[in-house]
Design a protein around this ligand. Structure first.
Ligand code: ZN
Ligand code: ZN
Length: 366
């Protein structure tokens, strides 16, 4: 069975208890995952025995090339998407249709309902996302390749890091290194945060703050692949000044929280229990209130996808999931330390896919 057929078969199986006769897939990344189609502005209808992409004339050739086994309905010039969609749903005779409720806007839903008054709509969520959370070997290879690009780019950045460069300079350099290392782009705008600014977990690189203004700088970055946009996501803290006792205490706490969490990762473990492992280390060290985000997230075609590693997550880990493990401690007037690595759940445990050193000895630059 080819990749599209097997993914569609898994989706149909996951819909078998939902009392629907198909699913309307609206999320672009989900359409891509199921069919291989890399364009935009297109929808996919999956019924028990059919899969139809509804698109427009810009994509006729591309869909034929990228998705040979998938039917395609090209809407006419001037025909709005929902009109073409209504035609296809009518032709397929679907009457109870699931749709991706996290993606459909209220306005769009009102319009679709009006065009197809006889159809019963069932709000569904996370069906394709759940499939995407477990990667096959090809996808894992693409994540590894994305990590390799990110790691090469970081080595270049580290080698050339100069006191006096602004956060923005460094972020711009890093984006360019990522592309030179084979990435189509950064997987998200890199975070470069000097000293106290690193207390903002999602700091934006500034034109004023400079490397060396404080003792350390936090770098959070990743690559998006070229063959397919699989992502990587890492965080390291580099010390350009002194390793102070306070830095050392906090760094060691974050690192041991991360190590404890990674040691707990294996199939059958609840995602929230992995989060709890890291959190307990940070709480025992007295920094509990300063770790205010989840431990990590899945990554793949999207930088944040299922499964989430956080307190409320009721996902059970399965072999093939790829997650970040990124505990952090953020002290408002001092700064933040986060260490982030990408981890594959394997049949008998896990494999840390990222290799940039993270011991305290490795943080000094210059
Ligand atoms: Zn990150
Ligand atoms: Zn992350």
């Amino acid at each position: 069975m080819d990749r599209t057929s097997s993914r569609l078969a898994k989706l149909r199986e996951s819909l078998s208890n939902d009392d629907v006769d198909g699913l309307l897939v609206l999320c672009e990344t989900n359409v891509r995952y199921l069919t291989g189609f890399t364009g935009d502005a297109s929808l996919l209808i999956v019924s028990d025995d059919r899969a139809v992409i509804v698109s427009d004339g810009r994509y006729t050739t591309q869909i034929a090339q990228e998705c040979p086994g998938v039917e395609c309905q090209i809407r006419q010039v001037g025909q709005v998407m929902n009109s073409a969609l209504a035609d296809v749903i009518g032709k397929l005779g679907l009457t109870r249709l699931g749709f991706e409720s996290a993606v459909m806007s209220v306005a769009n839903f009102e319009d679709v309902k009006q065009r197809l008054p006889a159809v019963t709509w069932i709000a569904l969520s996370d069906r394709v996302e759940a499939l995407r959370s477990v990667k096959d070997d090809d996808e894992i290879a693409l994540v590894r390749a994305s990590i390799a690009m990110a790691e090469r780019a970081f080595a270049m950045l580290r080698a050339g890091l100069r006191l006096g460069d602004t956060e923005k300079d460094v972020a711009d350099d890093l984006e360019s290194f990522l592309r030179r290392c084979g990435a189509s782009a950064a997987s998200f705008p890199p975070i470069i945060a000097v000293g106290t600014r690193s207390a903002l977990p999602h700091a934006r690189p500034s034109r004023e703050a400079r490397i060396g203004d404080d003792d350390f700088v936090l770098v959070d970055w990743g690559a998006s692949g070229t063959l397919a946009p699989y992502k990587s996501d890492l965080t390291r803290v580099l010390v350009t000044g002194k390793v102070t006792p306070k830095f050392e205490t906090i760094y060691r706490t974050v690192l041991s929280a991360q190590e404890r969490a990674i040691a707990a990762i294996r199939p059958g473990v609840m995602a929230r229990d992995v989060d709890a492992e890291a959190r307990s280390v940070i709480e025992e060290a007295g920094f509990g209130p300063f770790f205010q985000h989840g431990l990590g997230h899945g990554l793949g075609l999207d930088i944040h996808e299922a499964p989430a590693l956080r307190k409320e997550s009721d996902v059970t880990l399965q072999a093939g999931m790829v997650v970040t493990v990124e505990p952090g401690i953020y002290l408002p007037d001092w700064g933040g330390i986060r260490i982030e690595d990408d981890v594959l759940v394997t049949p008998d445990g896990c494999e840390v896919l990222t290799h940039v050193p993270r011991s305290l000895d490795s943080v000094r630059v210059g």
